[in-house]
Design a protein around this ligand. Structure first.
Ligand code: KG4
Ligand code: ZN
Length: 347
């Protein structure tokens, strides 16, 4: 079964054709990042317009590069994400499925990120259950218990900023540009000296209780961001820090605080559950330090770490097609009635 997956939830216009949920026949990603750079973040209206301009070409290329594979179904992200961006992909997918006379499936973007480690591989997702999932991106930092395939229970999450957002905000404060994650990763890699002792993302007492989740499985990055801001002010501003050559030290320390916070909560969540594997997905899983530290956490816990190849870590259509193949939910007439769901949760 060949599924065409379409993704437009944020700043990537993407389409892919995937055979039987795992074999990627084509994967086309048009990134809008250069369009958003001047604004230091994603501007929803600019994203929407760029998706409209590019979607036909991206879909056409994905179909052409799949070497004549017949499309048996269309899958599309309907949430979570930016409403004006999601609507472009959803409408394109509805039109395409109607014109090809094939079924349409609506897909949860975050759930799809958790399918990226299986792309181009030979592991059946269901064989890895029970698993702990970690969705770590620009909008999410969430630990999810997956007792059997297709069932999700949130065991922990960020109580404020997502890890990717924390990276992006720090880069902005330090004048490093957008998106911050890859820039910080690259700079931090070259640094091996002493670190600034930034706070390690622990939630304030009682705050996680409001979210109904145990504090030891939650993170909060707002204190870390404030600590960075204070550090910058105390040291004469971002330009003065750059002039003194201390940017690598600051970003490596900040990255380490995020990575250690995520690693510690992951380790705790793994201990609380009887998991066969850790499944990680989302843009921040590209972070080289996070990859190394999570590998260590999994080694100590004695569970395999399932992480996507770097080319599937960011937003893409292949993960959308993959999830639709395995779950086949939100299909049939229900899919054609779907509206965008900017705050979609796991269900
Ligand atoms: O999954 P994604 O492409 O889009 C969302 O669904 O949010 O994730 C984007 C996020 C951005 O915040 C970006 O800064 C972050 O992933 N990111 C990274 C790295 N590459 C991308 N964060 C840390 N290190 C990286 N190497
Ligand atoms: Zn994403």
């Amino acid at each position: 079964m060949n599924i065409l997956g379409i993704e437009t939830s944020c700043d990537e216009t993407a389409a892919a054709v995937v055979k039987n949920g795992r074999t990627v026949l084509s994967n086309v990603v048009y990134t809008q990042i250069p369009l958003h750079v001047p604004y230091g973040g994603v501007v929803p209206e600019i994203a929407s317009r760029a998706h409209i301009e590019k979607i036909s070409e991206v879909v056409r290329t994905a179909i052409a590069e799949a070497n004549g594979a017949e499309i048996d179904a269309v899958a599309v992200t309907y949430g979570p994400g930016l409403s004006p961006a999601l609507i472009v992909g959803l409408n394109a997918a509805k039109g395409l499925a109607k014109s090809l006379n094939v079924p349409l499936f609506g897909v949860n973007h975050i759930e799809a990120h958790l399918h990226t480690p299986f792309l181009d591989g030979d592991v059946e997702p269901a064989d890895m259950m029970p698993a702990l999932g970690l969705a770590i991106s620009g909008g999410h930092t969430t630990w999810i218990d997956m007792p059997v395939y297709g069932r999700y229970e949130i065991v922990g999450q960020t109580l404020d900023d997502a890890a990717g957002e924390a990276f992006d905000k720090a880069a902005k404060l330090l004048g490093l540009g957008y998106p911050g994650g890859p820039k910080i990763d690259k700079i931090a890699k070259e640094y091996s000296g002493e670190l600034v002792p930034f706070p390690k993302g622990r939630p304030r007492d009682g705050v996680s209780a409001l979210a109904g989740l145990p504090a030891e499985c939650c993170v909060s990055f707002s204190g870390l961001k404030t600590a960075l801001l204070r550090y910058i002010q105390k040291n004469g501003g971002a330009e003065a820090i750059a002039a003194s050559g201390d940017i690598p030290k600051v970003v490596a320390s900040y990255q380490e605080a995020i990575v250690q916070a995520v690693a510690e909560r992951t380790s705790t969540a793994l201990k609380r559950r009887n998991c066969k594997a850790l499944i990680v997905g989302g843009g921040v899983s590209l972070n080289s330090r996070l990859r190394a530290v999570l590998a260590d956490v999994c080694k100590r816990a004695g569970v395999p770490l399932l992480m996507a190849q770097p080319k599937y870590c960011g937003d893409n259509g292949a993960m959308i097609a993959a999830l639709a193949y395995y779950r086949r939910n939100k299909g049939g007439d229900e899919a054609f009635d779907l509206d965008v769901a900017p705050s979609l949760d796991f269900e």
